[in-house]
Ligand binder design. Structure first.
Ligand code: AGP
Length: 606
């Protein structure tokens, strides 16, 4: 959470910082600010405000800002409400700081160093700035080392010292910082999306390494002062891949990108029609030797895990748990060296997932991560990594990350079936061939998006909405329902249809919208009965059904037919249809689809 940027180089810094903050805004959008280091004045000036980067642009437009070095921040509030004063950067004495993370012992530090009188905000971050200032005599590095030794919690700190012009210092614990050097100068950021307009080469700053950026050089050293060489990696996202590409919102663009993203993800992991993870160095033994599987993930990524659970149980007849990462280590999980832990995360930075993975590894579990962002913390923590080829996902509501995670899950299931001797080669190939048909099926849903738009128009006024289905349909509806609530603010609940009679059906009244998904042949008759139950209590049913299952259903049901695939693959086209429905509800209501209230794309606080 919170986006951080820093630049020092040949170019005027104002627009660089503002553009980068816009690219990072999905990490938090409560307030924004920049600080620039003016070498002529030997001064650091701050411009900040509550609100969006667009508000900060207005603040900056009124000022003459000429500098070639600066830092910026876009905030997701933790300590202290949303206000101008709580916006970053924070300046105390000669030190200016932007911070991502939580300083847990900020009250103790403020008391011990008598900092309260210098503080103007309610933030833990300003205490870090005041502490650095208190410890700063003449050597910035010494001040950083001393301060960091006292900080408890997570932090990515980016620091300007007023009397060290055009130089940026940074240090981190857990919260991410990546950096790069190009012809134009040196840059750092919370994540690579802010850098990829300049370069596709970057490195992750290791924890507790002090990074020092100058206009034409950068240097890293560890806490003992030893030089640490950056380990550069490349991102294969195009320089413009984080643009909206002509769409009004990233969410729409990202929904539309799914056929290609899935195709890339699958094609990069098959060889002669068989799943292939040799490039990632994943040995077959990882899948052969485990006795149980455990998925740790949050939100949408956890929902992808639920689909994996259903497939692994039914195809491999194996024990698999799907755990909310935030609960995992507090619920005495059964985990040992025979457990394969699969951590799923788009960002690779979700702190709960990271901590759950670390916990499982401490108990001896083997690990595999499914990640979209190269070199992210979870990717580095996991023994093995499979990357989704989704490209940057900018909308807070996850769409293409989910479906590409599913694509990798299907491949993992096929690989496990192969190496555990559940399927012969022909069966594996048949399964992969069906997976390769998924992008075309998505295309068919996307081509008919106007029909889904019409369905969306009929639920704009709903206060409450229910989604019902069985088996895989129930699992995908949990995700469909999350999507709708996060972007449309409609209260939506997904229920296993058989569970309705055990309580929730009391909430169905005349005209309550109920979205039903029917894609599983063996469950169809029961699903239809459940639909009739809610209909007879007045519900207005919207049905998404696999075309082959469409039978003599009542005309009064609004129906969207989904292109036919084998049942286990229907999850993806059905999910895309629900994503579109959520998107249209949100955009028709005039909401900022990409930045729903209270949310942030990357959740780096527990
Ligand atoms: C998805 O729409 C969400 N906004 C959210 O649930 C997200 O999936 C979750 O925070 C996990 O993020 P990650 O995949 O980056 O770990």
């Amino acid at each position: 959470m919170c986006g951080i940027i820093g630049y020092t180089g040949k170019q005027e810094v104002k627009e660089i910082l503002l553009d980068a903050l816009e690219a990072l805004e999905y990490r938090g959008y409560d307030s924004a600010g920049i600080a620039v280091s003016d070498s002529a004045k030997r001064d650091v000036e701050i411009f900040k405000c509550a609100g969006r980067v667009s508000d900060l642009r207005k603040v900056c437009a009124q000022e003459e800002i000429h500098a070639k070095c600066g830092i910026g921040h876009t905030r997701w509030a933790t300590h202290g409400g949303v206000s101008d004063a709580n916006a970053h950067p924070h300046k105390v004495g000669r030190v200016t700081v932007v911070h991502n993370g939580i300083i847990e012992n900020y009250k103790e530090l403020a008391a011990e160093y008598h900092l309260s009188g210098q503080l103007q905000s309610e933030t833990d971050s300003e205490v870090a700035a005041a502490l650095l200032n208190a410890l700063y005599e003449s050597d910035p590095k010494e001040a950083v080392y001393k301060a960091v030794a006292r900080l408890e919690g997570t932090f990515a700190l980016v620091i300007l010292f007023e009397d060290v012009p055009e130089t940026i210092f940074s240090i981190r614990n857990v919260s991410p910082i990546v950096a790069t050097q190009s012809e134009e100068g040196c840059m750092l950021a919370s994540d690579v999306t802010a850098l990829c307009r300049f370069t596709n080469r970057y490195f992750v700053v290791p924890e507790y390494c002090l990074l020092e950026l100058h206009a034409d050089s950068l240097r890293m050293q560890d806490m003992e002062g030893n030089v640490v060489e950056p380990e550069y990696m490349e991102v294969n996202w195009g320089l413009n891949s984080s643009d909206k590409g002509g769409y009004p919102f990233y969410m729409e663009k990202e929904i539309m990108e799914q056929p290609k993203a899935i195709q890339n993800t699958v094609e990069n992991h098959i060889q002669n029609g068989m799943p292939d993870f040799t490039e990632e160095g994943i040995p077959d033994s990882l899948f052969q030797e485990c006795e149980r599987v455990c998925v740790v993930a949050c939100g949408t990524a956890m929902h992808a895990g639920l689909i994996g659970q259903a497939l692994i149980k039914s195809i491999l007849n194996m024990h698999i748990d799907v755990e909310l990462a935030s609960e995992y280590m507090y619920t005495d999980p059964v985990v040992d060296e025979k457990t394969l832990v699969i951590a799923i995360s788009q960002s690779g930075e979700t702190i709960d997932t990271l901590e759950a993975l670390k916990y499982a590894r401490r108990q001896g579990a083997r690990s595999l991560a499914i990640i979209n962002v190269k070199g992210s913390s979870i990717a580095r923590e996991s023994e093995f990594v499979l990357y989704t080829d989704a490209g940057p996902e900018m909308a807070v509501a996850s769409t293409k990350a989910y479906t590409t995670q599913l694509a990798l899950i299907y491949l993992i299931v096929a690989k496990m079936a192969q190496v555990r001797g559940v399927w012969n080669e022909a069966q594996v190939k048949e399964y992969i061939a069906e997976l390769l048909r998924v992008p075309a099926a998505i295309e068919q849903v996307l081509e008919r998006r106007r029909e889904i738009h019409l369905i969306a128009k009929n639920i704009l006024e709903a206060k409450d909405l229910f989604m019902i289905g069985r088996g895989l349909d129930y699992s995908l509806l949990l995700e469909g329902s999350l999507k709708l609530k996060e972007v449309s603010y409609i209260h939506s609940e997904a229920y296993a249809s058989g569970e309705l009679k055990h309580g929730p059906i009391a909430l169905i009244t005349n005209h309550t919208p109920v979205v039903a998904v029917v894609t599983q042949s063996r469950l169809m008759q029961k699903e239809i009965s459940n639909i009739k139950e809610v209909q007879s209590r007045g519900a207005r049913v919207i049905l998404f059904i696999k075309e082959a299952l469409l039978q003599e259903l009542k005309q009064e049901i609004e129906i969207f037919t989904l292109p036919d695939l084998k049942d286990e693959f229907m999850v993806i086209p059905a999910s895309v249809a629900l994503q579109l429905m959520a998107y249209y509800v949100s955009s028709d209501k005039g909401f900022d689809v990409d930045k729903p209230r209270n949310l942030a794309k990357v959740v780096t606080v527990e």
